[in-house]
Design a protein around this ligand. Structure first.
Ligand SMILES: [Zn+2]
Length: 256
């Protein structure tokens, strides 16, 4: 039986989507990822990770998979032809409208599965907005936490594997074999930034940046050693961890 939300009929929504259900909204992006990857990377990762989670634990935790929101806040890549992006204001309005629509189902738990680092700060704000406005219990999970927000990236990339680097390229090669253009991959690591103690990705001082501030190609990281094998390993680890996270989300309450 399908666990895709849009496969249900209107009357089935009333029967099958219960207050104790979880709705899972995958959020990707359609944005430049340098010369070695297509625009689709974050869309593909969000969609495949969410689908794998629902396949494994959808029945156990009564999860309904929403259609992937594939255009999101990618304005750090606005300089590049090809990028489709929503402003922060539009993106917040879209999330609020989706929340308003979901509120009609009576569902109480809403999980955003985000595969695009540029959304992370806004989604954290949205979690509170949706909680306040509609009373949902709201959560945000990541297939891999962006290095700018406490996630790790490889030592060889000096912690700067932010966009189109080793891990992301590998996961994409695993999910879409033959679609990466590895002959165009090279090392794009901002060495000077890595020398900083505070003003750096994941450092104690946040800073505004655009993806062409470091290199014209718009990549931050080193994809040259990427492989589908590494991607398979990383993807499996991510899905296992996401399933564990869903278990905790399914039973989460505020302990009152
Ligand atoms: Zn990406």
């Amino acid at each position: 039986m399908s666990r895709r939300y849009e496969d249900l009929s209107g009357p089935e929504i009333a029967e099958r989507v219960r207050p104790s259900s979880i709705v899972l909204l995958p959020i990707g992006a359609v944005e430049q990822h340098g010369p070695h990857l297509p625009l689709s990377v974050d869309h593909v990762i969000a969609h495949e990770a969410a689908s794998a989670v629902v396949e494994r634990v959808g029945d156990e935790f009564d999860i309904w998979l929403l259609p992937t929101l594939s255009v999101s806040k990618s304005n750090e890549h606005a300089w590049s032809p090809g990028t489709l992006w929503l402003s922060a204001e539009t993106m917040m309005s879209v999330l609020r409208d989706i929340g308003r629509s979901l509120a009609t189902t009576g569902v109480e738990r809403v999980v955003l599965l985000n595969a695009h680092g540029g959304n992370t700060t806004l989604l954290t704000t949205a979690l509170r907005e949706l909680r306040l406005q509609f009373g949902f219990k709201t959560f945000c999970v990541h297939p891999s936490l962006p290095p700018a927000y406490g996630g790790t990236s490889t030592e060889d990339e000096l912690g700067m594997g932010i966009h189109g680097g080793l891990n992301e390229t590998s996961v994409f090669m695993h999910l879409r074999p033959g679609e990466a253009r590895m002959e165009h991959a090279r090392r794009w690591v901002p060495e000077a930034l890595a020398d900083n103690r505070h003003v750096r990705f994941g450092g104690s001082v946040s800073f505004g940046w655009l993806s062409n501030d470091f290199f014209d190609d718009g990549v931050i990281g080193d994809p040259t050693g990427a492989s589908a094998e590494l991607g398979a390993e990383l993807f499996e680890r991510a899905v296992t961890s996401l399933c564990e996270q869903m278990a905790e989300i399914a039973s989460f309450d505020f302990g009152r």
